[in-house]
Write a protein that binds this ligand. Structure first.
Ligand code: FAD
Length: 464
């Protein structure tokens, strides 16, 4: 029996992540009739806050805001949420070749080795100098990247055909020299890919549009970042945000667009905004189909691989020892650990990240082996107390059907220069949103908002 379709509206938004919700809110505030179709049984996508068995509130996805994330900061305030600065007081921990070295955080991140004062690390001068030269040359590339069109940069093809790994190896085979760029690919913002998986052009582009030097991990939200989409969805109401309804097809003609949900209903509108991670567009049947260049780009822009671990303790014992809970280097399992506790330190929370090919390898181990590997890393950093958390929560984003990975997409070598102009091109009455479409801070909450706002403005212009 045919399912009756609802009345035509102005705009259908696909995906109730931050980007889709912001787009919907902007359109509704302009008086348009809007509906959001969400695949999951919850809103928020890559932003989700959960309660652990011991009662701590943790973000399983995105958690930080950055010093220059102005739209996110404004939205958080508008929604009545309260922020606090990330905890960087005290010494961080640089792990290298089995040794944990405590070092101060650099006052100027542009001059730092990762986050640290280089001179404070027990590394050979010659290695630090090689790292500095490599980073300087890389920063030179970043400065030349046209953020909106990286494929137009002089020498773009040559840079797009070189993996990050081969570009680094041609300059230095010292693992210390290579570490800062390796780290940028794995967890530095765009995140989730290894240096052999993307081009040096792509990595330089990520830093041109989302500079790590501006410290995107500056602040946190009391009660978790996942409250942001929750509150936006509450504001929009259940009649607008429809959960458990994956969009399976989108058809259009010159007069309208029809968005088909898995529940069998067809939603007619003047415009559709698709605010989902780009690789998931491949799961939607488009009529007429996407142009071949867009299909080619989708095949060459997978999501990164990211597993987030949250260890909850009764006390922030690292703070009590003058340490800030930051750890990175060459730990066998974790690529990054950071203090994510509230200012009071109670509950005490360490957030750990495993990224790229290592995340996939870890995922093949049994759950008990994965836990043991993470606990061993925490113990190597902060001693036996760290191996006895009240809770140890694992969130593997590669296993999330409606995300397929995190933090965001990366492009395969050669993809920018072969197909770059198609990246943000709409498809008739279908506009793209989602953080990946942002021209600033793609991959971040800030980018999700900017892309949602931009798509909403384009939709407004089309609806007229
Ligand atoms: C572990 C982790 C840590 C992160 N850390 C940070 C951080 O500290 N700071 C920061 O700024 N950012 C961080 N991010 C990134 C940030 O979470 C994302 O950039 C942002 O949430 C993306 O929002 P979005 O709306 O673009 O996409 P999403 O959140 O992915 O939302 C897309 C929505 O579309 C839905 N969907 C997918 N397919 C369909 C379909 N066919 N039909 C209907 N619905 C569909 C999904 O279920 C989802 O709800 C992190 C992400 C992760 C996973």
């Amino acid at each position: 029996m045919a399912v009756p379709s609802p009345e035509p509206i102005d705009v259908v938004v696909v995906g109730a992540g931050l980007s889709g919700l912001v787009a919907a809110q902007r359109l509704r505030d302009q008086g348009l009739q809007v509906r959001v179709l969400e695949a999951r049984d919850r809103v928020g996508g890559r932003l989700v806050t959960a309660m652990t068995p011991s009662g701590a509130t943790v973000d399983l996805g995105g958690q930080w805001g950055g010093a220059s994330h102005h739209r996110l900061a404004a939205l958080v305030q508008e929604l009545g949420l309260v922020t606090f600065p990330s905890h960087y007081d005290g010494l961080g921990l640089f792990h290298w070749h089995g040794k944990a070295c405590r070092a101060p955080i650099a006052s100027d991140l542009r001059q730092s080795f990762l986050f640290f004062e280089p001179e404070a690390l027990p590394l050979e001068r010659v290695a630090i100098d090689a790292a500095r030269r490599l980073k300087q040359e890389f920063d030179g590339l970043v400065a030349q990247i046209p953020p909106l069109a990286p494929w137009t940069m002089e020498g773009a093809e040559r840079l797009d055909h070189q993996t990050i790994a081969s570009w680094m190896e041609a300059r230095s085979d010292d693992p210390i020299a290579q570490l800062p760029l390796r780290w940028l690919a794995l967890v530095g913002g765009s995140g989730g890919f290894g240096p052999a998986e993307s081009s040096i052009l792509h990595l330089a582009w990520t830093q041109a549009v989302a500079p790590q030097d501006e410290n995107p991990e500056s602040w946190l939200i009391h009660g978790g970042m996942g409250q942001v989409p929750q509150r936006l969805a509450q504001y929009l109401g259940e009649s607008i945000v429809q959960k458990r309804n994956p969009v399976v097809a989108i058809s259009q003609d010159a007069s309208a667009v029809w968005v088909h949900g898995a529940d069998g209903r067809s939603h007619q509108a003047a415009v559709a905004i698709v605010a989902i991670p780009p690789p998931l567009r491949s799961g939607i049947r488009f009529e007429p189909d996407l142009p071949p260049t867009q299909r080619a780009l989708l095949q060459r822009s997978p999501m990164g691989c990211m597993v987030k671990w949250l260890a909850v303790y009764a006390r922030p014992f690292w703070r009590e020892r003058g340490q800030n809970g930051l750890a990175l280097g060459d730990l066998p399992c974790l690529d990054l650990v950071a203090d994510s506790s509230p200012p009071s330190g109670s509950p005490a929370i360490l957030a750990g990240f495993v990224a790229g090919p290592r995340a996939i390898r870890l995922g093949q181990l049994a759950p008990a082996q994965r836990r043991a590997a993470v606990l061993a890393d925490l113990e190597a950093c902060w001693g036996p107390e760290a191996a006895r958390p009240l809770d140890l929560i694992e969130q593997d984003w590669t296993q999330e059907t409606w995300s397929t990975g995190a933090f965001t997409t990366y492009l395969s070598p050669g993809a920018w220069t072969a197909f770059g102009p198609s990246w943000r091109q709409g498809h008739g009455r279908v506009l793209w949103a989602g953080t990946e479409m942002a021209t600033l801070w793609p991959g971040y909450g800030e980018g999700a908002i900017l892309a949602g706002e931009e798509a909403a403005d384009q939709a407004l212009a089309l609806v007229g």
